[in-house]
Design a protein around this ligand. Sequence first.
Ligand code: PLP
Length: 444
Amino acid sequence: KTIEQEYIERHPGSRERYERAVRAFPSGVTHDVRYLRPFPIYAERAQGSKKWDVDGHELIDYSMGHGALILGHSHPEIAEAVADQVRRGTHFGAGHDLEIEWGQRVCNLVPSVERVKFTSSGTEATLMAMRLARAFTGRDKIMKFAGHFHGWQDYAIKGEQPPFDGPPPPGVPQAVADTVVVAPVNDLDFVEQRLAAGDIAGVILEPSGASYATIPLPEGFLQRLREVTKKHDTLLIFDEVITGFRWAPGGAQERFNVTPDLTTMAKIVAGGLPGGAVGGRDDVMALLEFRDDPGWRKVGHPGTFNANPLSAVAGATCLQMVADPRVQRHADEMAAKIRAGFNEVLVRRGVPGFCYGESSVFHVMLGVECSNMTSGDLRMPEGVDPVVLKRGPAPKLSLALHQGMINEGVDLFHGGGLLSAAHSEEDIAKTIEAFDRTVARMAD
Ligand code: PLP
């Protein structure tokens, strides 16, 4: 029996749901990353490090709300706070105590954030950060890096997928694309030269490197980028939608001790509910202020669900807990064990590939070798084309890995995953065994 045959046989309930979903949604999915052939699994409930599918299987989860759930699924304190708030009101059309507490917690935790504004998603946060940079500098262009993901808005998606220098994605106006300069992977010389022209409002990047360390940054990269952006009066924007409250309580900027001008956040910031934030320097955030001066043109920021009470209570409760660095330390340790364990499996079985990542994330690459392969915990694979890293394993391998791991009770995310404070040593041991069996099946 093939991995795929087993997958189909084990999941009749998911298959039946997919057949209905496909009539409601294009390709049956509500987020591109959840697309899986021949059909994705459908979940019924989730708790801690696990979720259960509609066919009754328990899965150790590594998607963890696409990275939003560093405290695990349905953390009791957050669940209770949200349930309580639902009864008190889900939208006041007015300010409320919870939004103040939430905002203060963000300002206290994230080094660059003097003031903050809440949005409904990370995509909205990067849209606003780019607008603020343009308004503050009076320049039109934004620089981003090849392969870095900043959500699906028009200014963000150019140069995200290989080939990085292709035409604008379908539906993005050429005029918009022309305002976005895509820097080649980790190329600081290009940045330095291009910024000298004086027309770049802001440089945005994931401070982990593209797609949460899929293409890691070399040592000292962020420090040099900070210096060069300052030199040319260009705002530096850290997109901490994934790294925020994960790389450290204060995000990657705390971990690497580099302070950007603006920071975008989502996922963990809202404690597992929808929400995002943009924050940063006081003088930049001041552009959002109302002023009596008739000549003043503020940067607009409506948004029906900005700082809604449910996200606010979940976010504030979550931030109170993730301020304790033991949360991140535990998740980091569990991820390091996965990386080392998976590499040990690949070396022992003589299968080309490696598992790498930093902080509490891991990425699995199969069918390709890196020159510094060890059986240990790997952060920076060397000698592999960054385009290959970004693409991940060939589609056949990546499908077999994903299906095979689900058959073994593990749900990966994007061919890797994100850990949480709820993942236990036992989860990790089971996951490594599942990987061992899956890799053995794939080699058959
Ligand atoms: N920026 C980064 C680094 C992300 O990883 C994501 C989402 O995965 C986004 C922005 C977009 O956030 P959202 O999905 O909340 O719109």
